[in-house]
Design a binder for this molecule. Structure first.
Ligand code: UGA
Length: 434
């Protein structure tokens, strides 16, 4: 099948590459010429495990091409995916200017019937509105369908090939059939294809992300309560998780959720509710609990040092909002860094992938260390904010030799508490006892 994908951000690039790998003829389009030049040179603008190899394989076999020329690229495409960003706008709702602009451009250049599929996360009603706007521009028959994305950064390729489900929102059965053909190779008995109205598909995306964010804010609040009452959140998690109605997933307490999806989508749903005059109290609380949670780690550190860290050297391990990505958007590490700097601490940071993104924000206000251990030289404490695998079983003897004081603040509860303590370190996690 000939497929065009507009937008080579993480969703567009992963989807396009995987669809090409399934044997489709895919052309990825982006107005950013620099990005297209980079991709055509076989270089990938984001860090996503497995993606570079797959892009190179499929560009070599000519299944995958990149261009900034939208009119030519969509000319004979049967399906055109829109995967442009929908960042948080000034009102708190999603900024759809990218979607409207691409829709307009597609309509102006449509030569024959096509199915336009919105993959970007968009408020309910966007499919219908895009359809209306495009119909004002073109007489060529087209359909607009919704196909929300459930990929996780860092595990996107695996998620593409083994989706929990594929959700498609369309009004005509022919459109459902077209998208079924696209996804057929990856569907299975435990990977259903769920067809529904576009409005329901659009809503599904927000409900999924908002529920996941709710679980995280819930467990974070419970972890803080555990600290207040001398209970241990790990035990409580075990105690609830074996109840199959509850389970273990997305109930790991931490420094708060970040990234380009949960914070933005929770706020977009709040905005959507406001637009129709309905309350969305739970999401408001989820958002504010998460904002407060990002302050828990800085507060633990300040309290430990009697309210002042002026002149102390604090190491920060992990800057990305989660492991296996270089994305620092809404990362709790940024809140910690800001508060430490304001309190007069000297901050030395390390991250396997995100160092350059943080350098672009903080410049020479921080010390940047490729090697996590060099961040510990003469440090008075280390705070772990991202649970990268390499931080989970560190060499405590080496740490001990390097650090001024043996204190670890574990913002992801990723260390083995008993090991840390027996190595002579003081330790504070989130909702853990020590
Ligand atoms: C999220 C969803 O999980 C995907 O299904 C969705 O497709 C994506 O948003 C999107 O809308 O594009 P992502 O933002 O890549 O994916 O990251 P997650 O793995 O969901 O983690 C989000 C944040 O929650 C991270 O900061 C992580 O550290 C935190 N988290 C996650 C916790 O604090 N506790 C948990 O138990 C799980």
């Amino acid at each position: 099948m000939k497929i065009a994908i507009v937008g080579t951000g993480y969703v567009g690039l992963v989807t396009g590459t995987c669809l090409a790998d399934l044997g489709n003829e895919v052309i990825c389009i982006d107005k950013d010429r620099g990005k297209i030049a980079l991709l055509n040179a076989g270089r990938i603008p984001i860090y996503e495990p497995g993606l570079p190899e797959m892009v190179i394989k499929n560009t070599c076999s000519r299944n995958l091409t990149f261009t900034d020329d939208l009119p030519t690229a969509i000319a004979d495409a049967e399906v055109i995916f829109i995967a442009v960003g929908t960042p948080q706008g000034k009102s708190g709702g999603a900024d759809l200017s990218g979607v409207w602009a691409v829709g307009r451009q597609i309509a102006e250049n449509l030569k024959g019937p096509a199915t336009i599929v919105i993959k970007s996360t968009v408020p309910v009603g966007t499919n219908a509105e895009l359809s209306r706007q495009m119909a004002e521009i073109t007489d060529v028959p087209f359909d607009v369908a919704s196909n929300p994305e459930f990929l996780k950064e860092g595990a996107a390729i695996e998620d593409f090939y083994k989706p929990d489900r594929v959700v498609v929102g369309a009004r005509r059965p022919e459109v459902v059939a077209t998208l079924l053909r696209v996804y057929k190779p990856i569907l299975g008995a435990d990977r259903p294809f769920l067809a529904m109205l576009p409005e329901s598909a659009e809503m599904t995306k927000y409900v999924a992300n908002c529920l996941l964010a709710t679980k995280i804010s819930f467990i974070n609040e419970m972890a803080n309560l555990c600290t207040g009452y001398g209970a241990h959140i790990d035990d409580v998690r075990r105690g609830i998780g074996y109840d199959r109605r509850i389970g273990f997933q997305f109930l790991a307490p931490g420094a708060g959720y970040g990234g380009s999806c949960f914070p933005k989508d929770v706020r977009a749903l709040i905005h959507m509710a406001k637009m129709v005059g309905l309350p969305c109290q739970m999401m408001e609380v989820v958002d504010s609990v998460n904002e407060s949670q990002k302050d828990v780690l800085p507060r633990l550190i300040l309290n430990h040092f009697g309210g002042s860290v002026r002149g102390l050297r604090i190491a920060v391990w992990g800057l990305a909002f989660k492991p296996e990505t270089d994305d620092v958007r809404e990362s709790p590490a940024l809140v910690l860094i800001e508060e430490l700097l304001q309190a007069g601490a000297l901050v030395r940071v390390s991250d396997p992938q995100a160092l350059e993104h943080v350098r672009a924000i903080y410049g020479d206000r921080l010390d940047y260390c490729e090697d996590p251990y060099s961040a510990l030289e003469m440090a008075d404490a280390v705070a772990i904010v991202t649970d990268w695998k390499q931080y989970q079983s560190p060499d405590f003897a080496v740490m001990s030799d390097l650090m001024n004081h043996r204190v670890i603040f574990d913002g992801r509860n990723c260390l083995d508490e008993a090991k840390v303590l027996s190595s002579g370190f003081q330790y504070q996690g989130i909702g853990r006892l020590t």
